[in-house]
Design a protein around this ligand. Structure first.
Ligand SMILES: Nc1nc2c(ncn2[C@@H]2O[C@H](COP(=O)(O)OP(=O)(O)O)[C@@H](O)[C@H]2O)c(=O)[nH]1
Ligand SMILES: [Mg+2]
Length: 724
């Protein structure tokens, strides 16, 4: 095992020396670096990148300056990590003569308790159980007063690696020495997330959230509330109604304006022609129940931050209602999609035209608490000309979309994912000019906030190459100080809503069971019988207590496809549950000590009663917190009664009208001798059929369940025979 301390001392030695020459040396060969640093570095030895671990390779290929972290720099052809060797100390010679990956990636063991700087980032992902040394802390340096990470909004610091906004001292120093205009700032947590897809958990400081609310109340703001459509009403906070001071008008003050967006509409399957308007209606209805009625909400919209659906409409509404006095704030529960929406808006007409190519995307992940503080971009003020150009573009876009034949359009077999592009008119204009071979004179607009007007500058050339150069130059050159007088759009940290189960997960493995695939959700349809229990993962239990006259009832489950679904006899539940939990077959909860979701969880909940509206229409939805929902179909005027249970009774609601009323139409044939129906195969699925993996997960589970179910039937039959 290599002595970690020796490596770290050497790192620092090299880092400090190389630091001074960092920018110059990037363009030079390693040879010239030798000359510059003669007294320390006397030899260089390249190591092939192939010898390094995939993570290190990836990091180096994205940001060569991180080579510093590994005691060297990238060769010009970017194929070798060139290590600098010091003859003065002699140490490097032996340490870095070759760079097998163990030298760079190592885990500290007990003997090395006195390590002066222990590994900074741990990657606890399933395949990569290793720790990695990525820099040094310096506790003496205070948190930066103004600089924030563009990914998560945390204030930058190099004092504590466990706190948000950490940057290793080597990177932090470089950051400080870079001129304001050229700085890009990203904390190590966001940086590594991009390459490893793993993000460490940090607690959001509560004060941060309170400050945001105070700021909103102080100025007249436009508040965009993002609601996760897959978890209504748990993703709607009862406190949001207080964001509008309803007495404001009596004080001759204009109140804040509120929009509500139902996000992730791309995941909802099209169960009828009018499904989108039904969903909007349901959203409005549930918001009204929580105090967000028409009297304070100016606009209810449906969006998909992933596919861009509804975002142009949102922008038009912002231009229409936003007073231009205060900022625009994206608020919502954790994982509702605020940061994803922020990222879609970066490239839209809402972003200031000078900042269009400079704003870096916010970090998006499924871990609640990714965004630590506000992340923002300056907003483009609306002028007559901008508006005209925007309308022209939108009109053209509408014409481009081919009208579909009626048959096609009305069929639920088609258009299961709603997609729309989001674009900025400025960029569209530039492309248009270059396509039409118009004289390559671009237009630059300058906004003067003093006069509240724009001036046009046609002097810069907008040919494609120049545009790319301009963009590259700009990409590094976002300087918030140049937008001091502008208004901003803010992405904010998520509110932890107490009814959402994702906030109770104890680790990432558990959380992953709540993830949705990128395609529309296919409902799992099940035929109900009294005395049955449906178990979703290990966290939702639905007992069928009563169906009038033993009439027919079905349930359509809209859960994430990784949660296994089991149907068993209620009387066998305890034994089955104990057994499967022990074998860790239920996904959530994991067998973890000190987990936040208790193992076994205390499953409790209310009795829910629904009155049937016919076998082909949902009487209502039983909402099951972050696990999804079950829509229930029952013969007209017959009752069906359930006992519904989740851990501590979290997030159970009866939602009427149902979000999607006709989910039962999306069912395949019955799976023989089981209560399950096969999943509905959409036309587009048939085309994509080769890629089965996209939507097979539950099917696999169903096979397991089928066995359990059959096992049960056989047992009953045997018992019956025995009695005879
Ligand atoms: N399918 C789909 N997934 C989304 C959408 N918006 C966000 N997500 C996913 O939801 C998760 C949380 O997103 P994020 O933007 O970080 O949420 P935030 O916590 O509100 O900022 C991520 O895994 C996103 O990929 C959407 O419109 N459609
Ligand atoms: Mg976020």
């Amino acid at each position: 095992m290599i002595n970690v301390r020796r490596i770290s001392l050497f790192h620092r030695l090299i880092s400090v020396r190389v630091n001074a020459n960092r920018f110059r040396s990037a363009r030079r060969s390693s040879q010239s670096l030798l000359i510059d640093e003669k007294h320390i570095v006397t030899e260089t030895k390249p190591a092939s990148l192939e010898n390094l671990s995939p993570v290190v390779r990836q990091i180096l290929s994205k940001d060569p300056s991180y080579a510093l972290r590994f005691g060297g720099q990238l060769s010009e052809n970017k194929k070798y990590l060139v290590q600098n060797h010091s003859r003065t100390t002699g140490r490097a010679e032996t340490l870095f003569s070759q760079i097998p990956k163990d030298h760079i990636i190592f885990s500290a063991n007990e003997e090395e308790n006195d390590v002066s700087h222990s590994p900074i980032v741990a990657f606890p992902s399933e395949e990569n159980q290793f720790e990695m040394d990525l820099g040094t802390e310096d506790k003496a340096i205070p948190i930066h007063e103004t600089a924030r990470c563009f990914g998560c909004g945390a204030s930058l610091q190099c004092a504590d690696r466990t706190k948000p906004g950490f940057m290793p001292i080597e990177i932090y120093k470089r950051f400080l020495s870079t001129s304001l205009q050229k700085r890009t700032s990203q904390c190590q947590r966001c940086f590594l997330f991009k390459y490893t897809n793993d993000i460490s958990h940090c607690e959001v400081n509560e004060q941060v959230y309170k400050d945001i609310l105070t700021e909103i109340k102080r100025k007249r703001a436009l508040i965009i509330l993002i609601v996760d459509l897959l978890d209504i009403p748990n993703s709607i906070s009862r406190l949001w109604a207080n964001l509008v001071d309803q007495t404001a008008e009596t004080h001759k003050k204009s109140p804040n304006i509120i929009f509500v967006l139902g996000n992730k509409v791309d995941l909802l399957p099209k169960d009828s022609e009018s499904y989108l308007s039904n969903v909007r209606h349901c959203l409005e209805h549930e918001c009204t129940k929580r105090g967000l009625g028409r009297h304070i909400v100016k606009y209810y919209g449906l969006t998909s931050a992933r596919t861009g659906y509804g975002i142009e409409e949102l922008i038009s509404k912002v231009f229409r209602y936003w007073s231009q006095h205060g900022g625009v704030y994206l608020l919502g529960g954790t994982n509702a999609g605020k940061s994803s929406l922020f990222n879609s808006l970066i490239d839209s007409d809402l972003c200031h035209i000078h900042a269009l190519d400079c704003i870096q995307p916010a970090t998006v992940s499924n871990l609640p608490g990714t965004t630590m503080n506000v992340v923002r971009f300056p907003i483009q003020l609306r002028t007559g000309k901008n508006q005209f150009m925007r309308e022209e573009r939108l009109k053209e876009r509408e014409e481009e979309i081919e009208p579909k034949s009626d048959n096609d359009y009305n069929s639920i077999e088609n258009e299961t994912t709603v997609v729309q592009n989001v674009e900025s008119t400025v960029k569209w204009r530039r492309r248009f000019e270059s396509e039409m071979n118009l004289p390559k004179s671009g237009v630059s607009y300058t906004y003067s906030s003093g006069e509240n007007s724009f001036s046009e500058d046609r002097s810069f050339d907008s040919s494609e190459q120049n545009y790319i150069n301009y963009r590259q130059k700009k990409m590094r050159a976002f300087n918030p100080d140049s937008y001091k007088n502008e208004k901003w759009l803010y992405d904010t940290p998520g509110v932890i809503l107490s009814e959402q189960m994702i906030n109770k997960c104890s680790n990432r493995t558990e959380l992953a069971f709540f993830d949705h695939q990128p395609t529309v959700i296919r409902p799992v349809n099940i035929l109900l019988n009294v005395g049955q229990t449906i178990l979703i993962g290990g966290i939702v239990r639905i007992d069928v207590k009563h169906i009038t006259d033993n009439g027919q009832a079905t349930i359509s489950l809209m859960t994430t496809c990784r949660l296994p679904i089991n149907v068993i006899q209620t009387k066998d539940f305890e034994k089955f549950y104990e057994n499967t939990l022990e074998k860790n077959q239920l996904g959530v909860p994991q067998n973890q000590i000190n987990g936040r979701l208790q193992d076994p969880p205390r499953l409790i909940g209310p009795t829910i009663e629904l009155l049937g509206m016919g076998e082909h229409e949902a009487a209502g939805d039983v909402v099951l917190s972050s696990a999804g929902w079950a829509s229930v179909q029952c013969s007209r005027d017959k009752y069906v009664i359930f006992d519904v249970m989740t851990p501590d009774g979290l997030g159970i609601h009866l939602r009427q009208p149902a979000l999607l009323k006709y989910l039962i139409h999306l069912r395949g044939s019955r799976v023989g001798k089981t209560p399950f129906f096969n999943k509905h195969i959409f036309k587009e699925d048939q085309q994509k059929n080769k890629d089965q993996s996209q939507y097979q997960s539950n099917e696999l589970e169903m096979i397991i369940n089928e066995k359990i179910w059959k096992g049960d039937i056989n047992k009953r039959r045997r018992n019956a025979e025995h009695k005879k």
